[in-house]
Write a protein that binds this ligand. Structure first.
Ligand SMILES: [Zn+2]
Length: 342
């Protein structure tokens, strides 16, 4: 099969196109013919060798894909050949206490496709049958490829851990990112007042169009001061920070007493000094979020495409994948960047 891969850690300029053997499936696995995959910052961290463990090279990368079932093992019951599916990249053992409790992202064997295992930047990928979900009707393959990591992480953040309630005030950084566009829409399902940030004025109207009530250009305004003004010093019930070092203390300040503060992703660095007195003084909870659960995926997929949408910024050809990563790193996009595979 044709695949995009790299042989050395480094930047996306190392990506090559080559031939790999088509994966052989086990009895509990599904072979999917990939139609599209979407980019995540995670791909770049893996590519740059920033994971805290070694990864075998050469590497077929990327985590989120959609496609058509090509082959099924004997034990597979949920899909058949020809079904259009989303490949969900969170893989777990399926039989430990955590998995059986529906907390599969806390399984000791939990891993994300494209990190340790080969990923989806190829004509075919194999996964356990519990990692394919039927593609919601009315979604294109490009839209479907942008759902997995972004919506699962955001559903887990805002709903399961953030414990959002009707009418809450929610602050989500990076309203133009894939996770940002997902989080804004999820918070609006709860009639929340949604405040977000962008780094370019052209993204302000786009963030409003998908439901953000207030959009702050963090390059021009101090986001903590703006949140004070917008909320009349009430601050926010749920704060989602996937930016890291540059914003985390501001995020804590944006939380009200008892707020749930969520952290995942650290695009500006992971080391932060925090004032513990400020955290316990406000009775706040900081939640670390690593993806979410398959139960959540099964639930939120029912809300596509009527109540939730993937915001696709752009679609690149397979051979133009480097341009796609260049765009991701430029931050000049709104929503998901997708690569078509056929
Ligand atoms: Zn497990």
């Amino acid at each position: 099969m044709k695949a995009l891969y790299y042989e050395n850690y480094g930047d996306f300029q190392n990506i090559k196109i080559g031939e790999f053997p088509t994966p052989e499936i086990e009895e509990n696995e599904v072979l999917v013919r990939v139609k599209a995959f979407s980019l995540n910052h995670l791909d770049v961290w893996v590519m740059e060798g920033k994971m805290p463990f070694d990864i075998s090279l050469p590497k077929i990368f990327a985590s989120d894909a959609s496609g058509v079932v090509e082959k099924v093992g004997k034990l597979v019951k949920n899909v058949k050949i020809g079904d259009e599916v989303i490949v969900y990249p969170g893989i777990s053992c399926g039989y430990c206490e955590k998995c059986l409790s529906g907390k599969d992202n806390e399984c000791n064997q939990f891993r994300v496709l494209g990190v340790i295992d080969n990923g989806v930047s190829a004509e075919y990928v194999k996964v356990p049958f519990t990692n394919v979900f039927k593609k919601p009707e009315g979604l294109s393959f490009e839209e479907a490829s942008g759902i997995g990591i972004t919506y699962t992480t955001m559903w887990h953040s805002v709903v399961s851990r953030g414990k959002i309630k009707q009418g809450d005030t929610v602050f989500i950084h990076g309203g133009g990112s894939g996770v940002g566009t997902a989080g804004i829409q999820i918070a609006k399902l709860f009639n929340a007042k949604v405040i977000t940030t962008v780094g370019d004025d052209w993204k302000i109207e786009k963030a409003r169009e998908i439901g953000a009530d207030y959009v702050i250009n963090y390059k021009k305004e101090n986001f903590v001061e703006r949140v004070q003004e917008i909320t009349n010093n009430e601050m926010c019930d749920v704060v989602v920070d996937h930016i890291g070092a540059e914003t985390f203390n501001g995020s804590l300040a944006c939380g009200k007493k008892g707020a749930n503060i969520i952290t995942f992703g650290t695009t500006t660095g992971a080391e932060v000094n925090i004032n513990l007195r400020a955290v316990f003084g406000k009775n706040q909870t900081i939640h670390g979020v690593y993806m979410g659960t398959k139960g959540e995926v099964s639930h939120y997929l029912k809300l596509f495409p009527d109540k939730l949408k993937t915001i696709v910024d752009s679609v690149f050809k397979f051979e133009d994948v480097k341009l796609a990563y260049e765009k991701l790193l430029s931050r000049q996009f709104f929503g998901k960047i997708v690569v078509k595979v056929d």
